[in-house]
Ligand binder design. Structure first.
Ligand SMILES: C[S@@+](CC[C@H](N)C(=O)[O-])C[C@H]1O[C@@H](n2cnc3c(N)ncnc32)[C@H](O)[C@@H]1O
Length: 277
């Protein structure tokens, strides 16, 4: 069979199974199987696909039909232009988190930064890669996440400017930082029941929800930031799109200054920022 036919069949299989964006997903999975950039595939519609490649493609399609996300099948996710390893232990990085990166890069370059709840490391490692003179600390409560962050730090080339610490939010963090960032688990118990199967079955629940109303991590982050931000330092945290007013209130009540809520590209509240008072 040739590439165009295989791709059409794969797209139809995903569409029939009710997968959103079937053509995009089929293209990414087939590109992996034949070892070609997805963007190049349109240039080679008549390329021969071997039986072995078609078989592997069908096994990938079956996993996608069972609602396994493409990044979990491929074992990596592109974020801010770089590929990051993704394992079952870490949150599948979300495009919305790029809003947090964008806002960090608009501010002054920090000498030191701290990422709390690093997961695969996308936030700390992207910032270190973009801010060439900064040093960073990435922490998580999960050893498995720290191991993935370390491997990603090697592939991004920033391990020499990174320390990895196992910590329950600020419990094992010492010193002050010019920039503190976090994308904590923020989904409430009530919202957990309405998550799609792609998310519920494949993202670690430790990364998704702190339980209750989803706001507890923001209390810990606001309290710790007051102690660990250097003078004039900034904190930026990702939030659920309905949490803006609550997180602003938590940060203001804690005594942080210049608290602001920022929107993502879809116009949803996505990041709250503040300064050390
Ligand atoms: C929403 S994920 C974010 C991962 C990554 N920063 C990203 O944006 O893709 C939240 C992360 O917080 C970690 N976490 C959960 N509770 C924590 C705690 N009490 N202290 C530190 N990290 C925690 C989870 O293991 C998970 O890696």
């Amino acid at each position: 069979m040739i590439l165009r036919q295989v791709l059409m069949e794969g797209t139809k299989a995903l569409r029939d199974a009710g997968i959103e964006g079937p053509e995009r997903d089929a293209r990414l999975l087939l590109a992996e199987v034949i070892g070609m950039l997805a963007a190049r595939m349109s240039l080679e519609p008549d390329l021969k696909v071997s039986d072995a490649q078609a078989k592997e493609f069908h096994s990938f399609l079956a996993r996608r039909v069972a609602r396994e996300p493409v990044s979990r099948i491929l074992g990596r996710r592109n974020f801010w232009g770089r590929d990051f390893e993704v394992t079952p232990d870490v949150l599948d990085p979300r495009p919305e988190t790029e809003t947090l990166i964008d806002l960090c890069l608009q501010g002054p370059q920090p000498a030191t930064l701290l990422d709390l709840g690093c997961g695969s490391g996308i936030i700390a490692l992207t910032l270190l890669a973009e801010m060439k003179t900064a040093r960073g600390v990435a922490c998580d409560i999960s050893d498995a996440c720290l191991a993935v962050t370390k491997r990603n730090a090697v592939s991004v080339g920033v391990l020499d400017r990174l320390d990895l610490i196992k910590s329950n939010w600020f419990s094992d963090i010492s010193g002050e930082f010019d920039l503190i960032v976090s994308n904590p688990p923020y989904i409430s118990d009530a919202e957990m029941t309405s998550l799609s199967l792609d998310v519920f079955n494949h993202d670690p629940h430790l990364a998704l929800t702190p339980g209750g109303d989803g706001l507890a991590p923001y209390e810990a982050l606001a309290k710790g930031a007051l102690k660990h931000l250097s003078k004039g330092g900034r904190i930026l945290v990702e939030i659920g799109y309905q949490q803006g007013p609550d997180v602003v209130r938590i940060f203001e009540t804690a005594g942080l200054a210049d608290v602001q809520c920022h929107k993502d590209l879809n116009g949803h509240d996505r990041v709250v920022s503040a300064h050390q008072s």
